[in-house]
Design a protein. Structure first.
Length: 701
């Protein structure tokens, strides 16, 4: 007779304050971790005094019997876990993914296929090279990892904000990361690529050229996580209900458009506000300006060659231009809740490229295949054992009944006697599921080949796509690429590395090479021809002719005790109606009061800095005493091509800062009225006054 006891099949839930399907306590607290208001030991014993060790007399030695002291210190000593070996610094948020249903023809994965289906998600954004405490705005790739808690199991899409990678084979990952991390002797520089070992590797190992030029473009210094594209990078295989397959590339398209910082802003933020991106994500969610992306796929026929228009789909250093294969929207992601606890959620979340659900498969991309080993493996040292899927943020929302048992940090109290399959002792349960029951069945594929350490010949093309990328950018963006290479290589010590870098740039574009060479004071390498590129891919440009929504954008209003508070209120109402926020900046903190009008000062001339504002407007009546901090704020914003404005005699403050009120992107008026608000909205929608560029550059030389 089989026993009557049944194994536990109830699915523990992720602690997410707003996630769909969440059934935990309203405030997101685990009642076992924090119940009641009384201070206790970890064992629940009420504590009478937590400030004094147990001593033999007020000046006497501390006693070993002080169990509270020992427990408190023991736990503190072990609070830190190893940081991620890459992507150590990050910030996360909860949200919801809603499928449009447009992918139902190509995949049976409900998360993508079922029209209107809402799936809770957790997204973690990150830099790659810096350690946990490093700055957000360094020039680097950004991680964009999404955990979908689907009803068919957890699916992780572990992507970046760039569609390509430095290497074509995972076996080289330790090499590129060792080269990119700080020098091992003195741990300099932190979190950035401007140093010899990075440039040594990427110029010797030229398959890195494509990713490197993306890093040197504005994509390497995003304005915000909310204004980044995301990419699955690899080609994946989707499987539909008829077992037909297609190859796809995943793209996240931000609702607010793709925008970046200027290099000077990024550098200032690194010192003034190292949490710039983390703060932006957190504050925009708190303000209700929920970050939003559309998920899209490029779809390719699943042919034996696994190529599209001659582009090898297994090569992670190649894109397929959107003009050749349009990105088809399949769903919408909204991030609507901040984590309750950074460590519990953002730090402990564990992504894995092998977390797939039926209807989504990987491909033979050798980079992806190696990742499928690495992400599981790394959690063993980072999270201390094989049971990390039981940590609340990692728990699937689908029922779990997995026959794994025991191990470090085992939290489940498993029932039954037969954690093996097949069994008769537990009545055969749990039972495997076949295709029709939603089982993950790999689509059969024929594989053959000689065992060798080798790669396809197409992987040898290292220059055609970097050349396409550079050619496709606007002139302004190209200039930023030139500036970035000049800065980064200018920080290198070894002359041969700089010279080698110029031989790489010569293959991309002659002008790029000659401008960087001039900046470095080196000759242009002889007899190297740039790659011939047919056509362009305008989709690669960030600067677009049409405006984007301005949700969560921040406008600073420079004011003071004599300022036109009524005008500020009017401007605020108009800008907030568009989803933007207004912050008053004044010489001192507290409030500004004029009759019945009151404005709270959110930044003073001491605490405010230009980088936190997307536009700055000077109010009528703002102080004209030439406070250098206010003037520097305006000068920086002007130099960073931000919207600048003034009404009434605020224009005098602009003039004192050396700003021509007639310069491009400078908005002036007699009063703060609807017209001024509309002009500010229009300026913010274009992100920057790009036509001010020549003026600013000429004054910088
Ligand atoms: Fe990776 C973390 C993205 C190649 C090994 N990777 C990590 C994260 C992101 C990526 C976003 C942070 C996840 C989080 O927030 O916890 N990685 C990528 C992309 C790649 C890529 C888009 C190429 C297309 N990675 C890659 C390779 C290897 C790894 C080739 C190893 C062979 N990655 C790791 C890792 C990390 C990681 C060591 C560190 C922490 C973690 O996994 O959980 O396993």
């Amino acid at each position: 007779m089989p026993p009557t006891r049944k194994p536990n099949t109830s699915a523990p839930r992720t602690v997410s304050p707003t996630g769909v399907g969440y059934d935990g306590p309203e405030d997101g607290r685990d009642p076992r971790a924090q119940a009641g208001d009384t201070l206790t030991t970890p064992n629940g014993v009420r504590v009478a005094d937590t400030d004094h060790s147990l001593k033999a007399g007020p000046r006497g030695p501390v006693l070993l019997e002080d169990f509270h002291l020992r427990e408190k210190i023991m736990h503190f000593d072990h609070e830190r876990i190893p940081e991620r070996v890459v992507h150590a610094r990050g910030a996360g948020a909860h949200g919801v993914f809603t499928a449009y249903g447009t992918a139902s023809k190509v995949t049976r994965a409900a998360v993508l296929a079922e029209k209107g289906l809402q799936t809770p998600v957790f997204v973690r954004f990150s830099t790659v090279l810096g350690s946990r405490g490093s700055a957000d705005t360094v020039r680097d790739t950004r991680g964009f990892a999404t955990k979908f808690y689907t009803k068919e199991g957890t699916w992780d899409l572990v992507g970046n904000n760039m569609p390509i990678f430095f290497i074509q084979d995972a076996i080289k990952f330790p090499d590129i990361i060792h080269a990119g991390k700080p020098h091992p002797d003195h741990e300099i520089p932190q979190a950035q690529s401007a140093h010899d070992t990075f440039w040594d590797f990427v110029t010797l190992h030229t398959e890195a050229t494509h990713h490197t030029i993306w890093n040197m473009s504005d994509r390497g210094i995003p304005r915000s996580y909310r204004t980044m594209e995301g990419f699955g990078v690899h080609t994946f295989r989707l499987v539909n209900a008829e077992r037909e397959t297609v190859l796809v590339k995943f793209h996240w398209k931000p609702k607010l458009g793709v925008h970046s910082l200027t290099w000077e802003e990024a550098q200032i933020a690194g010192g003034v506000d190292p949490d710039f991106h983390r703060r932006d994500l957190y504050e925009s969610i708190e303000a209700g300006a929920f970050p939003e992306w559309e998920l899209g796929i490029q779809v390719f026929p699943d042919t034996p060659e696994e190529t599209f228009e001659g582009i090898d789909l297994l090569d992670p250093t190649k894109i397929v231009p959107e003009e050749l294969a349009p990105v088809q929207p399949i769903g919408r992601l909204v991030l609507n809740a901040n984590p309750t606890n950074f460590f519990a959620e953002t730090e402990q979340v564990a992504f894995h490229t092998g977390h797939l659900v039926p209807g989504i498969e990987g491909t033979n991309d050798p980079l992806l295949q190696g990742r499928n080993f690495s992400y599981l493996d790394t959690q063993l040292s980072r999270l201390g054992g094989p049971n990390f899927t039981q940590i609340p943020i990692n728990r699937p929302h689908a029922p779990v009944n997995d026959n794994t048992r025991d191990g470090f940090h085992q939290h489940a109290v498993h029932q039954g006697q037969a954690p093996y399959t097949p069994n008769s002792v537990d009545g055969g349960s749990p039972f495997p599921a076949d295709w029709s029951e939603g089982g993950y069945v790999h689509v059969p594929r024929v594989v053959s080949g000689q065992v060798a350490r080798t790669a396809p010949a197409s992987f040898d093309d290292h220059y055609s796509q970097p050349a396409l990328f550079y050619k496709s950018l606007t002139t302004i963006e190209q200039q930023h690429v030139v500036d970035a290479y000049t800065f980064e290589l200018g920080k290198c010590f070894e002359q041969p590395i700089k010279e080698r870098a110029l031989t790489v740039l010569a293959r991309i574009h002659a002008d790029l090479c000659s401008q960087v060479a001039a900046g470095l004071g080196l000759p242009v390498p002889k007899k190297i021809k740039a790659e011939k590129v047919r056509g362009e891919s305008p989709a690669l440009r960030q600067i677009k002719p049409t405006p984007f929504p301005i949700d969560g954008r921040i406008i600073g209003v420079v004011a003071g005790p004599e300022a036109d508070l009524r005008g500020i209120a009017k401007l605020r109402a108009a800008l907030e109606a568009e989803g933007a926020q207004v912050k008053v900046v004044a010489p001192h903190g507290g409030q500004l009061v004029s009759g019945k009008d009151v404005e709270i000062v959110e930044r003073t001339f001491a605490t405010g800095r230009s980088i936190e504002f997307d536009a700055i407007v000077v109010a009528d009546g703002a102080p004209k005493d030439g406070d250098f901090r206010a003037l520097v704020m305006l000068q920086e914003a002007f130099r960073h091509l931000k919207g600048i404005g003034a009404w009434g005699d605020g224009v005098e403050v602009l003039r004192a800062a050396g700003i021509d009120p007639k310069a491009p992107g400078v908005i002036t008026g007699r009063k703060a009225n609807a017209a001024m608000a509309a002009e500010t909205v229009a300026a913010l929608g274009m992100h920057r006054a790009w036509d001010r560029t020549p003026l600013v550059r000429s004054s910088m030389v």
